[in-house]
Each structure stands twice: as structure tokens, then as C-alpha cells.
Design a protein around this ligand. Sequence first.
Ligand SMILES: [Zn+2]
Length: 81
Amino acid sequence: MFRCSEVADRAGRLIDGELSPWQRLNIRMHLAICRGCRAFIEQMRVTAELARRLNETEDPAVSEDVKAALRQRQMRAGHKT
Ligand SMILES: [Zn+2]
């Protein structure tokens, strides 16, 4: 089973649907027992959803701070953007 650091490592790819079924299973098993990682993945999902909306619409209601933070996160994650 994955450790917390391994789950964190794969969170981005999990949300993008780029992990193998085996890796997803390992993460799911870890999430079943680890509240911290559940919260972390949930946070990642929210952030990813926000980022997607930003890319689609450039919503003016979203502050520049949030946009900057999201772009930084995407760069760190080595995203396609
Ligand atoms: Zn964990």
C-alpha cells in the first residue's frame, strides 16, 4: 500500500485520470484508512476544478491571487499548460 508521500505524489495524476487501475486501488486503500490524505485529495479536486474553470472562462470573479496560486501549482505539477 502507498504511504502518504506516495499518495501526495500521485494526487495530480489521480485526478487527471492518468493512473493505472492498480495505482488507483492502492490509493483508494490508503484513503480508506487515512483521513489526512482524503482531505488532501478532496482539496486537490477542488483546486483542479477551479483551474479547469479558469482555463475555460477566465472568470473575472476569481481574484488575481487565486489565479497566480493556481498557475504556480500547475507549473510545479508539470502540467500541459
Ligand atoms: Zn495518508
